[in-house]
Design a protein around this ligand. Structure first.
Ligand SMILES: NC(=O)c1ccc[n+]([C@@H]2O[C@H](COP(=O)([O-])OP(=O)(O)OC[C@H]3O[C@@H](n4cnc5c(N)ncnc54)[C@H](O)[C@@H]3O)[C@@H](O)[C@H]2O)c1
Length: 264
């Protein structure tokens, strides 16, 4: 793939996986427009990577569209859109599946799902016409659940479904869609919940996730996983759903014992 002079927008680019993807694209010649709630972080990343950055809340559709328009004016038509900003809230302190407050559920829905919808609403057709690449960073939690974080699990499952809709609807017109589903990655997002299920297969560096994603661009592979056991677990869930639920209950019991009464 020739990235030279291509324009890439990366959300959640001030930190972790988004920053690593922005760096990997820039290292291959792309110009980066970096978006994050963390304004100084986004500006620093954008300026260091041959483009610009801004403090934008991706859940604010009007602000996001203003940024997209500014990126196209300053750098050119967008070739890569990486919808990567994401949050989790946990079910604590009670750890019931419905315990997280409504505000936490709404925030997860807005960031983990609607931010991708807003970007696609504005860009899917024009990007398809120039064979653009649209990435939704979901999570292995969207495929296999995340014990102790029902809002994260439910909204990441919705993010997977939205990425599927994008690929099915706009793929024939030329849009190349990828759904990125990592397990544990060593970023600020997992600080304080290291003992959770997401870390059972080990934490990898964000740069490894970026390299895997760019290889998937070459291979035109829709589902991008980062840990060898993720596809196996998804296959097992698909073929023996009840056994999978039983296994997850057992895993939850083990995590609660290991984490002094908490599942993470
Ligand atoms: N770290 C992991 O183990 C892991 C595993 C699977 C999926 N993910 C997903 O990867 C993505 C990146 O997470 P990360 O691990 O790099 O975490 P991170 O916390 O390092 O980065 C997330 C970034 O998103 C930004 N952000 C949050 N809400 C925003 C908003 N409303 N508008 C703009 N920016 C916002 C944050 O400021 C932060 O810089 C997320 O979607 C996350 O759910 C992470």
């Amino acid at each position: 793939m020739d990235y030279s002079g291509k324009v890439a927008v990366v959300t959640g680019a001030a930190s972790g996986i988004g920053k690593a993807i922005a760096e990997a694209l820039h290292a291959r010649g792309a110009k980066i427009a970096a978006v994050d709630l963390n304004r100084s972080g986004a500006e620093a990343v954008g300026e260091a990577l041959g483009g610009f950055g801004a403090g934008v809340d991706v859940t604010d559709e009007a602000a996001l569209v203003r940024f997209i328009n500014a990126a196209e004016r300053r750098l050119g038509p967008i070739d890569y859109y990486i919808s990567n900003a994401g949050i989790g809230v946990t079910d604590g302190p009670g750890w019931g599946a419905g315990d997280a407050p409504n505000a936490g559920w709404q925030a997860c829905w807005d960031v983990n799902v609607m931010a991708s919808v807003y970007a696609a609403r504005h860009l899917a057709r024009s990007m398809a016409s120039r064979d653009g690449v649209f990435v939704v960073t979901a999570s292995a939690a969207g495929l296999l659940n995340m014990i102790g974080d029902a809002p994260y699990s439910a909204t990441k499952a919705a993010a997977v479904a939205f990425a599927e809709s994008l690929a099915i609807t706009h793929g024939d017109d030329g849009l190349q869609v990828h759904c990125l589903c990592p397990e544990g990655v060593d970023t600020p997002l997992v600080k304080g919940i290291e003992g959770g299920a997401q870390g059972l297969s080990g934490y990898i560096d964000a740069s490894e996730v970026a390299d895997t994603l760019l290889q998937a661009f070459e291979d035109r592979r829709f589902l991008v996983t980062t840990h060898p056991n993720t596809p196996q677990s998804v296959a097992m869930k698909g073929s023996e759903y009840d056994r999978w639920v039983g296994g997850m209950r057992k895993l939850r019991r083990m995590l609660i014992e290991a984490n002094n009464g908490r599942p993470m």
